[in-house]
Design a protein around this ligand. Structure first.
Ligand code: KG4
Ligand code: ZN
Length: 343
């Protein structure tokens, strides 16, 4: 069955047509407007979603070569995300459901990221497995008991990993979102020139924390005047290393502990930060050490927000009977704080 999926939870206006785990087309417009503000401005995100949503949906149908009548269900991100941004996608999805008399599948954005490593592949995953979702709004280690049944094993106490990366990048004068630019700069630098504390050093915890590291980085940058390019690269290198080392250290602890109770053989990695090549190498190394097979989205575009992952998640949900018929669309409303472990 073909699904038309819509995603507007943050600053990408996205739509896709999927069939099972297969992507027939996927379109997204990344809103440029936020870069001048150093972060996403919800009212501007909403305005851009409203301007672009009709075009994005039509373009993905055209690219897939699929007529509206061939679609079996509409999928939309219900949460978590920015309330006024989510509303735009949900309204469009409901309008389409009424017009085409189709059921609606309301998808959790984090579940989309969890399943993004399964999009457009025949990867075989053995359940239970684990997942990490690392993005601007999420830093979670998740036990995937089976598709649709999740338990959060670790999450952040304060800033999320992508947020910490974006704020650190901004301190070095890089534009939002800073992840890709910080990655390039860090590759030119030496992480040993400057020293920065390791978050929660020595503590065996199942929580991530980036606020202390971010403040320490801010103080370090403040002490240096008129940074030259070499210093900037060295700062980028040490900051990125500390951010990633913390992620890997806590994830290793949590998964090792979990493996004492449950056999976990596969790890799915999703979210924008998973696009980082240095981090991928570190996670793969961790996988070898704790004997877990690591799976990434096949394409970088599937790491950052996209509608294909929402469509694929919706396909599984539909098969499990998790959809709302056209007559009951009013039951669905945006859930800005939706958790992946809620039933
Ligand atoms: O998944 P995503 O598009 O949106 C959220 O759900 O938050 O993730 C966006 C985050 C941003 O913080 C961005 O800086 C980060 O992903 N990111 C990266 C890279 N590409 C995107 N972080 C590190 N290295 C990258 N190459
Ligand atoms: Zn996301």
């Amino acid at each position: 069955m073909k699904i038309l999926a819509i995603e507007t939870s943050c600053d990408e206006t996205a739509a896709a047509v999927t069939e099972g785990t297969h992507v027939l087309s996927s379109i997204k417009i990344t809103q440029e407007i936020h870069s001048q503000w150093g972060g996403v401005v919800p009212s501007l995100a909403r305005r851009d979603h409203e301007q672009n949503i009709d075009w994005v949906v039509q373009k993905t149908l055209d690219d897939a070569g699929v007529a509206a009548g061939e679609i079996g269900a509409i999928a939309v991100t219900q949460g978590p995300g920015l309330a006024i941004a989510l509303e735009v996608g949900i309204k469009k999805a409901k309008d389409l459901c009424r017009q085409l008399r189709l059921p609606l599948v309301a998808v959790n954005h984090v579940e989309g990221h969890v399943l993004s490593a399964l999009v457009d592949t025949d990867t075989h995953v053995r359940f239970p497995c684990a997942a990490i979702v690392i993005s601007g709004g999420h830093t979670q280690v998740i036990l995937v008991k089976k598709i649709g049944e999740y338990q959060i094993l670790a999450e952040s106490l304060d800033d999320d990993i992508g947020e910490a990366i974006d704020k650190g990048a901004r301190m070095l004068g890089l534009t939002y979102p800073g992840g890709p630019a910080l990655e390039k700069l860090a590759a030119l630098g030496n992480p040993k020139v400057f020293s920065l504390p390791r978050p929660m050093a020595g503590r065996e915890d199942n929580r991530f924390s980036y606020a202390g590291l971010k403040s320490a980085f801010y103080r370090l940058v403040q002490t240096l005047e008129n940074l030259n390019e070499t210093q900037k690269a060295d700062l980028a290198a040490v900051y990125q290393s500390r951010v990633f080392e913390h992620l890997v250290r806590i994830t290793t602890l949590v998964l090792t502990k979990q493996k004492e109770n449950v056999i976990i053989r596969d790890l799915l990695v999703g979210g924008g930060v998973a696009a980082n090549a240095t981090l991928r190498t570190m996670i793969e190394h961790m996988g070898r050490q704790i004997d877990i097979c690591v799976h990434y989205p096949t394409n970088m575009i599937l790491c950052t927000d996209n509608a294909a992952m929402i469509g694929v998640a919706a396909g599984y949900m539909y098969d499990q009977g998790k959809f709302v018929p056209t007559e009951e669309l009013d039951r669905i409303d945006r859930k800005p704080r939706m958790r992946v472990d809620e039933t």
